[in-house]
Design a protein around this ligand. Structure first.
Ligand SMILES: C[S@@+](CC[C@H](N)C(=O)[O-])C[C@H]1O[C@@H](n2cnc3c(N)ncnc32)[C@H](O)[C@@H]1O
Length: 283
């Protein structure tokens, strides 16, 4: 039987068990299938949907009912002021990571137009691309240990016309060329193995290499903090995104590792989320 837009949107209730944003998500799925905006759907509720389109919509709805993240179903997610392609090889960029980008740009402001910046664990390329787009004169090196993630990141940079990022396969600072940086940023995996949050929301579908770190979630931070001084210019910055309960230990480690001006910040939800530290080279 032919369905209308309104009848299709009325199926949003089937997503209630998996999503608090079930109405919005249903609109996103239907707009994707019909290649129309959400505003168009709302203004054309009586429009009929072809059988083919309705079946595609049903298939996406079923995937979402099974918990698959909307961003993976649609194949993209907005970040900062652009849209990124995403798939199961990369973490879905989070709103809180935009705070990390803001803090990086605040530290880079006024430093000139020939800066060198490193993004460790680039995933979809979210942070590297946001920084690189701010000033085409800046040179960004983006590292990831996952070849599949790098392929997504490279594709995103190309699609957005960003030419000032070089992508490197490797582990944290070991993946960087021999260079000195004005700023190193990382949003590394920081969830403790076995943490109950790994079973919640989008996390079961995301790559565990993007989420989980040994040493109670601190393994990646410890590796980067130990190696970063050799790659930082004098008075350059190191910035991390971290888990809600990791800030004080991270600050202690950075202070003990002879970093200066160590400070912590919260995300938009008021949760401890970012630390920054300056390397003065005076250790
Ligand atoms: C939390 S995700 C961050 C992705 C992206 N930067 C963002 O903010 O959306 C962590 C990323 O670190 C990468 N990663 C994990 N272990 C790594 C390692 N030893 N060296 C480099 N990258 C690593 C993962 O593949 C993943 O892309």
């Amino acid at each position: 039987m032919i369905k209308t837009v309104q009848q299709a949107l009325a199926e949003s209730g089937s997503l209630k068990p998996v999503s608090e944003s079930h109405v919005l998500e249903t609109e996103l799925l239907l707009s994707h299938v019909l290649d129309k905006t959400r505003e168009y759907l709302r203004a054309h509720t009586e429009e009929e949907i072809s059988d083919d389109h309705y079946q595609q919509f049903q298939f996406m709805l079923q995937r979402r009912q099974q918990g698959e993240p909307v961003a993976y179903i649609l194949g993209h997610r907005e970040f900062w002021d652009f849209d990124l392609k995403v798939n199961e090889s990369v973490l879905i960029p989070r709103a809180e990571t935009e705070v990390l980008v803001e803090k990086c740009l605040a530290r880079l402001e006024g430093l000139g137009s020939s800066l060198r910046i490193a993004d460790l664990g680039t995933g979809s390329g979210a942070i590297a691309i946001a920084i690189a787009r701010t000033n085409p004169g800046w040179q960004v090196d983006a590292v990831d240990i996952s070849e599949d993630a790098l392929s997504v990141a490279r594709g995103n940079a190309t699609a957005l016309g960003v030419n000032n990022i070089e992508f490197h396969l490797g582990s944290w600072c070991d993946g960087l060329p021999e260079a000195h940086y004005d700023l190193i940023v990382a949003n590394p995996p920081y969830v403790e193995p076995g943490d109950k949050y790994l079973a919640e929301g989008d996390l079961p579908f995301e790559p565990s290499i993007a989420l989980v770190a040994d040493d109670h979630g601190f393994a990646a931070f410890n590796s980067i903090t130990a190696a970063a001084p050799a790659y930082l210019k004098k008075d350059a910055w190191l910035l991390y995104e971290h888990g809600y309960n990791q800030q004080s230990q991270l600050i202690d480690t950075l202070v003990a590792s002879a970093f200066d001006k160590v400070a912590g910040y919260q995300d938009y939800a008021g949760v401890d989320r970012i630390v920054e530290a300056m390397w003065t080279g005076n250790s």
